[in-house]
Write a protein that binds this ligand. Sequence first.
Ligand SMILES: Nc1ncnc2c1ncn2[C@@H]1O[C@H](COP(=O)(O)OP(=O)(O)OP(=O)(O)O)[C@@H](O)[C@H]1O
Length: 523
Amino acid sequence: MAYNQEEQNEEEHKKIQYPLDSTCYRILDEIGRGVSAIVYKAICIPMNSSVVAIKAIDLDQSRADLDNIRREAKTMSLLSHPNILKAHCSFTVDRCLWVIMPFMSAGSLQSIISSAFPDGLSEPCIAIVLKETLSALAYLHNQGHLHRDIKAGNILIDSDGTIKLADFGVSASIFEPISGYGSSFSSSSSCLMFTDVAGTPYWMAPEVIHSHTGYSFKADIWSFGITALELAHGRPPLSHLPPSKSLFMKITKRFRFSDYEKTKNSKNYKKFSKGFKDMVGLCLDQDPFRRPTAEKLLKHPFFKSCNKGPDFLVKHVLQGLPSVEQRFKQVKIHRLLSLKKSDGDDDDDPEHGEISKQRRISGWNFNVDGFELDPVLFPTEKDQEISSLKPNYVDDVVKQVDVSELFSDTSTISSPGGSRQSSEVEGVAMNCSGDRRIGGESVSREVMLASLLFLKKSLDDQRQNVMNLISIFHGEQHVVEVNKKDNLIEVIDKLRNEVENEKKKNSALQLEIEFLKSHYSNE
Ligand SMILES: Nc1ncnc2c1ncn2[C@@H]1O[C@H](COP(=O)(O)OP(=O)(O)OP(=O)(O)O)[C@@H](O)[C@H]1O
């Protein structure tokens, strides 16, 4: 089912039309990879060989179906704002959707910080980037759209310092009719709400993860706050944890910034202004209704006092930076090397060694705190002594999750009346909540299922990453200069094993989900 954006939007006739034929484009270099897409630098031959970026989305891997993407592209083509990256056109090429976009020569802020500013940008630079992004967000929200994937990876910068918000892959219009979206949509509450889970885990608002309560524009404000921390520290909070674990921590223990506390004592500890910390704190209020709108946030003193522009970014961020394609190659090499380095890591883990070498697995158990499926080993004598103390794991999970308590925060950074409890953690770290054990009897099956589905997605993503690495080995050995045949065979064998392991984990997880579904439907 081929489609092109042109036939769906009369507006498009008014502007220069890029060709809808893949043979008109010549790919020059790969410049980025997402979960289900590869981004290329290319030239459009009939357009005086002008440089473009092509995002090739694998429709088999992508969550969205073609109808939704088509609808989204149509809606997005009506938007116009200096800080929003508008695609030139899009069309299908086999099972891929090619989105032809302006080439933003410095790439994303994420690619910049990961290669040149691992400890984050300076506050004046962050202020400019965030202010421009927030203008785009305020416009989007005023037009009735949620972005749903705000993060540094989706903020692009051009060689002149211009900032544009990109990637509307999961964005959605709150004004669209229910039937028009793959999203679940609820209008039962006082404002229109989405209930499907969309976005990238570390940046997701608690109400998005806890999807049955619904979410709206304020979910973007949360992600905006996380993006501020990402730009300030070089990574989002909790990113040292696997995505599923970070999600579950947010649901059960509420979001804390304890991982940034360590930063305070490190040599790279940075001090940020009160205004910046206050602004981030407002975005990261656990209660979406207390978070400010994008419009209101733009009036915050942090942004009001930001009077520098793109030139400042050129001077302090872009100068001397390798090109986006060079940076991407470096990232690939780095990933490859860390993969090789981690080859032997499992052997260092005594528990893992024991599992794999001495003991047989009898099944899987759900580790509530770690939000992981742990293998259950055939018991040793010592295990049998304590086994009678362990409750049935499903009951255990169900009794420990009291959804009514999850978001009734008593120690958030903003109090209902607007007065603020002291921010005890310095830097951007804020004490959002105590680490309270959750008790009670109420049960959220949706949370359980949503969480398990996330875990499954995380495993799928890991599998995809391994596949990507395999393709790097096959296609670009000259880049990584791995010439020794023996080495290659050994690494490929290990990758193959990893894929097999992932497959096994996926099947086990599938069984687990089936079990939980039938368990709940029987009740
Ligand atoms: N129009 C563009 N011009 C220049 N570089 C781009 C452009 N679009 C994307 N990139 C580069 O490609 C990288 C990958 O982009 P992509 O949108 O596929 O992934 P992502 O948003 O980081 O990940 P995900 O798919 O998980 O959302 C970006 O980080 C950026 O450096």
